[in-house]
Design a protein around this ligand. Structure first.
Ligand SMILES: NC(=O)C1=CN([C@@H]2O[C@H](COP(=O)(O)OP(=O)(O)OC[C@H]3O[C@@H](n4cnc5c(N)ncnc54)[C@H](OP(=O)(O)O)[C@@H]3O)[C@@H](O)[C@H]2O)C=CC1
Ligand SMILES: CC(=O)N[C@@H](CCC(=O)OP(=O)(O)O)C(=O)O
Length: 343
């Protein structure tokens, strides 16, 4: 497959390059850049020197031969360009949020900008393969989910589908490494502000809230609202999400575990941890794997669910490659077989 990447100089762009170099069917033929065209990618990331010799090209001139284009761009840019790529039979995988929300008004309210191609929203497929593999196959426009939403939905969707939770009781307490904010600098990710520090942000206002609610509502068959509180942790990669929800009447811990088991037993990237073990971000570091555990606290009737993944892999570029593999009928694990780094 001939592959192009827009936003190649960003963190998810670099992660796409890293993963696709280990992909037996992928050939990166185009790295598009708005700010660094004419340079080599190794000028930006000297660690790639003598490993990847692609030049960065203008992001306005996607070559004819491209079959799949990863758009690893800030929100709002892909929406204005996707149609021209689709018209050329290029499959588009958007790592940003432009096509994740189905309702243009909700997008515009949370992203505080108008949507450039609302007519494509219905066609775009929200791509978490473990939850909607059949919808992804054969499509041409994939909305690759956000990192917090991936972890949260993998934990909650089976339980909501099986009506095992009180749907008005969900609290998502999530923590992310700093690479989740991308490579562009701002004061909030400055070393001195992040190191030896731990803070909540986007409280009751984070744009992943409607994305998670949309997909949980679909699973539950009813409107769901959540409390979602993200936190920034002084580490480079990783998402750990801790979710609290009341169990439905009469539900036992075994019912909850069975629900996960039914959906994930044959999945190669989603792992229910052995009893007594709890997820750690480092289990997933650098890999497309997700680790999950749950417990029903019988004293309170609340279920506590924990999921850990790497925001740049299963939370972004790894999942994007997994989606590409499905689009092209390849084994889903192609290019993604590696386990996490330890320690
Ligand atoms: N970081 C993460 O963990 C995750 C990120 N995402 C999403 O993936 C997308 C890419 O994220 P990430 O790689 O972290 O972001 P970065 O900020 O690291 O990189 C984005 C890249 O986009 C390019 N770009 C093009 N136009 C613009 C513009 N107007 N302003 C700024 N950059 C521009 C830049 O490359 P150039 O100058 O070469 O064009 C830049 O390097 C975003 O939509 C993000 O929300 C999703 C899940 C997780
Ligand atoms: C730590 C950090 O800043 N994380 C990012 C989320 C990254 C992500 O998932 O990106 P999308 O914007 O594509 O959904 C944030 O909270 O904005």
């Amino acid at each position: 497959m001939k592959i192009g990447i827009l936003g190649a100089t960003g963190y998810t762009g670099h992660e796409l390059i890293r993963i696709l170099r280990g992909h037996s069917e992928a050939e990166i033929v185009y790295l598009g850049s708005s700010g660094s065209a004419g340079q080599k990618i190794a000028d930006i990331y000297p660690g790639l020197n003598e490993i990847v010799d692609n030049n960065l090209e203008s992001d306005q001139e996607v070559p004819e031969e491209i079959e799949v284009l990863f758009c690893a761009l800030p929100h709002g840019i892909t929406a204005g360009r996707a149609e021209k790529y689709l018209d050329r039979q290029i499959k588009v995988i958007d790592l940003g949020a432009d096509f994740r929300l189905k309702d243009k008004n909700i997008y515009e309210a949370w992203y505080k900008t108008s949507h450039a191609s609302p007519h494509l929203l219905a066609e775009a497929v929200y791509g978490i393969p473990e939850l909607n593999r059949a919808e992804i196959a054969g499509k041409r426009l994939i909305a690759n989910p956000g990192c917090y939403p991936t972890a949260t939905q993998l934990a909650l969707v089976p339980l909501l589908k099986d009506k095992l939770l009180k749907s008005d009781s969900i609290i998502v307490d999530a923590k992310s490494g700093v690479s989740g904010a991308g490579r562009g600098t701002n004061l909030g990710v400055h070393f001195s502000e992040v190191n030896e520090n731990f803070k909540a942000y986007g409280v009751a206002t984070h744009r992943h809230t409607p994305e998670i609610e949309q997909e949980l509502s679909k699973a539950a068959g009813e409107d769901i609202l959540i409390n979602f509180t993200p936190h920034l942790v002084p580490m480079t990669r990783g998402i750990l999400t801790t979710i609290y929800a009341s169990a439905a009447e009469g539900v036992e811990e075994g019912d909850l575990l069975q629900s996960w088991q039914t959906v994930y037993a044959d999945e190669q990237f989603v792992h229910q941890m052995p009893g007594g073990e709890w997820p750690q971000t480092k289990y997933a570091y650098g890999s497309n794997h997700v680790f999950m555990q749950l417990k029903l606290d019988k004293r309170t009737g609340r279920v506590i669910l924990v999921a850990a993944l790497d925001n740049l892999v299963k939370g972004a570029s790894g999942q994007a490659v997994q989606n590409m593999n499905i689009l092209f009928g390849l084994p889903e694990e192609t290019g993604l077989k590696t386990n996490g780094m330890w320690p």
